[in-house]
Design a protein around this ligand. Structure first.
Ligand code: ADP
Ligand code: MG
Length: 228
């Protein structure tokens, strides 16, 4: 599903490489944790997968397609298939939960469609949001305002939004860094369960190596931009 081969990233002339000869394959339905100290290249690797960070060497294939060759609409289609989950502050507070969840559909909607949804969502759209919220365990929050949610509930909304994207992979960048340990572990378990149930590749960076060992199929450690 994801094939990273000899990847090198250099942010500026004279800078040491942020990624150096990184090779990693992730199959559909496989859960891989990315661990390593701050500055070791975890975010850079996740961003290079969807073409947000350009690579200076090596290659990345997603679903058999080489990411560096994609432009315009093809690149947008790739990004729609790779759902990103960030550490926090990634939802629009002023919107309702259902609106944040359905933002995951923006990649397949026209602008008029998105505007109509904000004013008058259809029963099918509400049902899709409701199904995604059920999958992440908070169906009762559909109509809430997003700023009324706890940190753990917000990450569940971010995961529901990712599901609405119909992704083939989920890329999560320290999704539990701002949660307390017990809550964080529940979110990690949810991500892994969903990836396995839906046959999605999951690449998730995190700091807690014990949590990584308990829930993921493989743990990959980056140190100084290299796989250790
Ligand atoms: P991690 O996510 O593991 O903390 P990062 O991928 O953010 O690591 O960073 C890897 C290295 O690349 C670090 O040395 C960092 O300073 C550098 N870096 C990250 N982003 C940028 C950027 N936009 N411009 C320049 N250097 C960057
Ligand atoms: Mg990072």
């Amino acid at each position: 599903m994801i094939e990273i081969s000899g990847v090198r990233v250099v942010y500026g002339p004279g800078a040491p490489p942020a990624l150096d000869d990184v090779t990693l394959r992730i199959a559909a339905g496989e859960c891989v944790a990315l661990v390593g100290p701050s500055g070791s290249g975890k975010t850079t690797l996740l961003r290079s997968l969807n073409g947000t960070v350009a690579i200076a060497g090596g290659s990345i294939h997603v679903d058999g397609v080489e990411v560096a060759k994609l432009r315009g609409r093809a690149l947008r289609r790739l990004r729609a298939r790779l759902a990103m989950i960030a550490q926090q502050h990634d939802l629009v507070d002023r919107l309702t939960v259902v609106q944040n969840v359905m933002a995951g559909a923006l990649g397949r909607w026209s602008t008029p469609h998105a505007l109509r949804f904000l004013i008058a969502p259809t029963a099918a759209e509400l049902a899709e949001a409701s199904a995604a919220l059920t999958a992440v365990g908070i169906p009762e929050k559909l109509r809430n305002r997003t700023n009324e949610l706890s940190g753990g509930q917000r990450q569940r909304v971010a995961i529901a939004r990712a599901l609405v994207q119909h992704p083939t992979a989920i890329l999560a960048d320290e999704p539990i860094a701002s949660l307390d340990p017990a809550l964080g572990e529940q979110i990690v378990r949810l991500l892994c369960d969903l990836a396995r149930e839906r046959n999605l590749a999951l690449l998730c960076s995190l700091h807690q190596i014990e949590v990584a060992r308990r829930h993921f199929d493989r743990v990959v450690e980056l140190v100084g931009g290299r796989v250790a």
